[in-house]
Ligand binder design. Structure first.
Ligand code: GDP
Ligand code: MG
Length: 449
């Protein structure tokens, strides 16, 4: 990852007074590569690297930070500045109902995100209403109706006039009715889910422009699939040129996306990223924190989000009891192992969790491992532990050859898999012992990064 690469290329710099053009070019190459790997658009990368080069040039090497640490800091600060230091505010109109117009290509996540946003606003004390003006695909309107129902958010269904040829006039009529309905119903925010196309096309764009004119929205949010990286940049530009978007929402951040699309979209449109979608469920949605995404790109992980997620899903009492026991030298049993697996599963996919860990220091390799995670593996491990007796779970030493055979048969796996699990368990329990004894040392190593 970026941070590690920089540290390496700057090892040789130690002891020199200033960072010079010559010793910077290596680092610049690394930065370029790492940004490209994070899916940042090529043009955006060029701009960024130039900015960083100018900043880094002639920077005095201080005694507090090594040159490599200084470069890492410059890159970090530059990325945060680009993304905007603070969390972008959600804008409302002075006269309710405020209208939020959702824009984006088909499949980007507009419908799902409309429902998520509605739920988020509802939790924040608003009274949102949803409407879908996708008159082209009946299934799309039905899809919104389903999620609206499941989250208990008001929906304006309206009726399509079968005799009218479906098209922009119908879209505008529905939108107008919905805004009126929202006002009558005392809803302060109307979220308008729109039709998407597979690519930018003139009809869609005209329709969006007409919707904007009609509704005078306080937010025009461009929804982009973070996995599409480069393509998202082109459509962001097209939508922004036409509509002047007020913000962007990146969806599918729970997948392999590295977050580079956030930088590109911001750079190309100037609009802030406002929210992230992190899963298919209505609550897999969070305000965008620029510094956190930068940490993720730089390889420092996204511990803040991870902790937040842990806090909201984990059983605190259980977690504390576990930490006390495991780190307090009382040992870590297979029973604890199973309980931890269950708690972790509640937090989301293993892949998404591992991705948030720093990829330097004690967690090195975890993000890499995330690429190869087989989620079904966790269910298998759990079923293996389920097939053990209570005594075996408390004392793994009991589990000899014949017991291994029995456990394998009971859980429908091979003996090799049981052996594997026991080996992993042994490693973990060793790790907990060292952590319990050496917390101080571990913390120090973290701080240096
Ligand atoms: P639309 O065509 O723009 O309305 O896109 P949809 O809302 O129908 O979403 C397309 C697909 O992406 C659906 O299968 C959604 O469940 C999925 N999806 C949307 N947002 C997310 C997300 O944040 N994470 C994941 N994993 N899937 C998402
Ligand atoms: Mg849709």
């Amino acid at each position: 990852n970026l941070s590690e690469k920089l540290q390496r290329s700057f090892k040789t710099l130690r002891g020199q007074g200033t960072i010079t053009e010559e010793n910077i070019s290596d680092a610049m190459r690394e930065i370029r590569l790492a940004l490209l790997e994070s899916d940042v658009n090529l043009e955006v990368v060029k701009d960024l690297v130039e900015h960083i080069r100018v900043k880094a040039m002639g920077t005095q090497v201080t005694t507090a930070l090594s040159p490599s640490e200084q470069i890492v800091k410059i890159v970090h600060d530059e990325l945060v500045t680009l993304l905007g230091k603070d969390i972008a505010k959600f804008r409302t109109a002075s006269q309710p109902p405020s209208v939020v117009l959702m824009a984006g290509l088909q499949g980007s996540g507009k419908t799902t995100t409309s429902a998520k946003l509605a739920q988020w606003l509802k939790k924040g004390g608003h009274r949102p209403m949803l409407v879908s003006v996708d008159v082209y695909r009946p299934a799309a309107r039905a899809q919104l109706a389903v999620v609206a129902k499941s989250t208990g958010v008001n929906l304006y269904e309206g009726k399509l006039d079968e005799s009218v040829q479906n098209g922009t006039p119908e879209v505008l009529r529905l939108a107008k009715e919905a805004k009126k309905e929202a006002a009558n119903f005392g809803c302060d925010i109307l979220i308008v889910d729109t039709a998407g196309r597979l690519g930018i096309d003139a009809v869609l764009m005209d329709e969006m422009a007409e919707l904007k004119k009609l509704l005078n929205p306080s937010e025009i949010l461009f929804v982009a699939d973070a996995m599409t990286g480069q393509d998202a940049v082109n459509s962001a530009k097209a939508f922004n040129d036409l509509l002047t978007i007020t913000g962007a929402i990146l969806t599918k951040m729970d997948g392999d996306a590295r977050g580079g699309a956030a930088l590109s979209i911001r750079q190309v449109t100037g609009a802030p990223i406002k929210f992230l979608g992190t899963g298919e469920k209505p609550d897999a949605f969070e305000p965008f924190h620029p510094d956190r995404i930068v940490s993720r790109i730089m390889g420092h992980g996204d511990i803040a989000t991870l902790l937040e997620r842990a806090e909201s899903t984990l059983d605190k009492g259980k977690a504390e009891a576990f930490a006390k026991k495991a780190l307090g030298g009382q040992g870590f049993t297979l029973e604890d192992f199973r309980e931890q697996l269950r708690q972790i599963k509640k937090m989301g996919s293993m892949k998404s969790i591992l991705k948030m860990l720093p990829s330097v220091g004690p967690f090195a390799g975890m993000a890499q491992a995330a690429e190869n995670v087989d989620e079904s593996q966790f269910t298998r491990v759990e079923s293996i532990i389920n097939s053990m007796t209570n005594k075996e779970r408390q004392n793994a030493d009991l589990i000899n050859g014949s017991r291994r055979k029995r456990i394998a048969a009971g859980s429908g796996v091979t003996v090799a898999e049981v052996n594997n699990l026991l080996r992993q368990y042994a490693q973990m329990s060793k790790m907990f012992k060292t952590m319990g004894g050496g917390m101080g040392g571990g913390m120090k190593a973290q701080q240096r990064l």
